[in-house]
Design a protein around this ligand. Sequence first.
Ligand SMILES: *Cc1c(COP(=O)(O)O)cnc(C)c1O
Length: 388
Amino acid sequence: MSKLQTKDQTYIAATYARFPLDLVRGKGSYLYDADGKAYIDLGTGIGVNAFGLCDDVWQAAVASQAATLAHTSNLYYTEPCADLAELLCNRTGMQKVFFANSGAEANECAIKVARKWGAREKGAEYATIVTLEQSFHGRTLTTLAATGQDAFHALYQPLTPGFVHVKAGDVEGLEAALQANKVCAILLEVVQGEGGVIALSADYLAAVERLAKAYNILVMVDEVQTGNGRCGTLYAYMQYGLTPDVVTTAKGLGGGLPIGACMMGARCADVLDAGSHGSTFGGNPICAAGAISILSRIDEALLAEVRRKSDYIFTELSGAPGVRSVSGLGLMVGIETDRPAKEVVADCMAEGVLCLTAKTKVRLLPALNIPDDALQTAIAIIKKHCAN
Ligand SMILES: *Cc1c(COP(=O)(O)O)cnc(C)c1O
């Protein structure tokens, strides 16, 4: 074990089963360990480094903001935060944004909006939020309650009440839940990430929208992982013709710094009023300046490249020896392998390619601008270790 690993394990809470890898620097789609060995990065810090590591444009935006105005609290007006909110609204049709510091916090905001909206529009007892089995919405006690995976629930009872989980794709099950409970909203990921990189069907999402209208509930889409170009459109819901009432995002938005956003559409834009929610760091100028530098470059040309690279990955891996299936959307890819995913990931790491897992799958979340040669090299190595 390296000195760093010993120190880390001595002083840091043991919540992470880290890979035995000491990383010291990164540039673009390459990471370098303490011995100077290079790795092609297909994990991007779990979908965070949208334009790779230490991207020049992002770095300049962040450094310049850090040298100008780093933090003010939300007691005052600052330009980066307002500019970012305007950009998000212009590009989504949403009307208001609340800034948080993480995906879980963006979802906490969405849950508050749903409950406050439900109380106003339907009555205080309409506080239940429907979410999907195999979903992942965060690690706070309330977003854990929203997360439809029993494994996460057992450790921290009692969780926040008021969540009902239904099977993804089961329209009748959803309608039954809407009849049996006093519901204000449904919260879902268009492509379930941590749950195994599973895209919902367009038919199911159309049914969700139809039932949401019929039962007068909000449709809230968790785009923490799928958003900001990851799936080949600015937000993944845009590919399904969906018009959500609330969209949450984080991960790739900040390009490497912590920021979360909860966007609210016409039906609930005025739900949050002074004093009803807040955050010390939310909309921090440095994080916001970084996010502007990311979001403003996710244009149609970049998105077309994301889709082209996605096609390349799906074509290369589908039907390859040892590959049972390839799932996902855009540059959010799940690979079901004959070999245990963990072994494939370990072998790829030894050969200089960093991948993630999701449930029993190998998961890839490369930078949106990963160079073709890096992608080709990495996919060839993954293919080799899937076949072993
Ligand atoms: C990662 C993730 C979250 C939690 O985000 P944090 O920034 O870790 O709090 C929530 N929802 C989805 C879909 C995610 O992928």
